[in-house]
Design a protein around this ligand. Sequence first.
Ligand code: ACM
Ligand code: ZN
Length: 515
Amino acid sequence: MKKQLSIIPRPVSVKYGEGVFQSAMPSIKEDGNFAKEIETVTGQLRGDLRCKMRGDLKKMGYSGQFDEKKSVFCSKEIFNDLKDADETYKLTITTEKISITAASGKGLYNGLQTFRQLVLSEFRDGMLTLPCAEIIDYPRFSWRGFMLDCARYFYSAAFVKNLIDILSLHHINRFHWHLTDDQGWRLPVAEYPLLTEIGSKRQDYRRVWMSHISGFYTAKEIDEVVEYAAVRHVEVVPEIDLPGHASAILASYPGLGCTGGPYRVEDRFGIFEDVLCAGNDQIFDLAEKIFDALAGFFPFGYVHIGGDEVRYNRWNDCPKCQKRLRELGLKKPEELQSWITFKLTEMLAKRKKTAIGWDEVLDDSEKFKLPKETVVMSWRGSEGGIRASGLGHPVIMSPNTAGCYLDYKHLDEPEEPGQLFEGAASVYKSYSLEPVTPEMSKEAASRILGGQCNMWSELIYAGKIAEYMIFPRLCAIAEAVWTEDKDFEDFSARLAVHRERLDNLGINQYRGHLR
Ligand code: ACM
Ligand code: ZN
């Protein structure tokens, strides 16, 4: 029996013992503390083992039942001496049984997902066969994120849910939901019905007859996604991109722009000059109602307010914006953005939410200082995150220069889908993400919450193409934000086994060179 469990992300400690555990599919039991986690994982395993892509059940030897004689027993254990005890788990495999212990549901769920990985690769001919081992495991960073852009193309709630499930298999615990952009508005806001009536639909100027360029999530779907994520210990972070990337808002409510329009929900990609008018107080009425809607839907304490790629031409030319500039004693239109950001963070604070912004929110903020608690998401390389952590902000690292942008090609080949930006983003490049950089002081480094990768979808018109872009780079990022103990050769060997798990789940994945 080979003694290699090939878990991704790599556990902090794996010690192999003598002998093997072997049984039909063991049932999963608990000590009275983890009923919810047991219910979730039992459902996942049933689904996994029945997964269509895996072929017929008889061939696999899965009876559809869990064996009552052998079990995975889950119980509470407080780890006083371990870091990040809340997310820690211990998984022990002996010849007789498997046990998982954890202090909380989060830790236990992590352990159950590690067990699920083993089932996905080691359950054959009706038998689960595992080497005896003891795993002790906990994360390096608390923020292990993934973003999906549902604005450039619209992905169904069912696709989003399945993806969240697979994220959690990799201990990714934040789903950043990019819900609005120039090409579509996907969030219902009761007081502003045109956002979905007009803003969720874009003209099909290219006559591509695609069904998924338009759409929005219903309140029921959003509630279901949040609940589905919650039982998987994944927090959903909604993003409403303000004040730029606003074409869909302006097409719905043209009075909120500097020129009054006409505007359209964009069918092109790129960065557009029309943004919300900084001289119009009604943009804050809109923000209030959007934040009310978000506070109703999303229980997590963070809301992403975007803030990236704002163009200032309109503010330069607009009398209302210029008047505002003078009233506030500002010198240039760039500073109006920091004023807007400041106001948005205050509005969120009233709702007990903390703002996250793309790293532009730190620019030109000398006069309207970014509140210390505002989280900066570093995307234009690591520089924004280095600066922000030095200034006292919590930071999430998502540099487009380190394999965190999953819309970039895997390889610099004409046949590969995706874009090229300063070269391709290989699996190796994603693996080499290091959220803490040498420039950071110890104190600044302590403000790095973690890292994440982003699936922008301008070029990704179908979920199966998204999967191809996401996997296995997500596996590499998941390891880079889980453990300091990285080794690419070792990762590559484990990935060979892990690929089979993704196949068994019916996930499309890139299979070319890793570097
Ligand atoms: C971004 O990629 N515009 C955050
Ligand atoms: Zn204006």
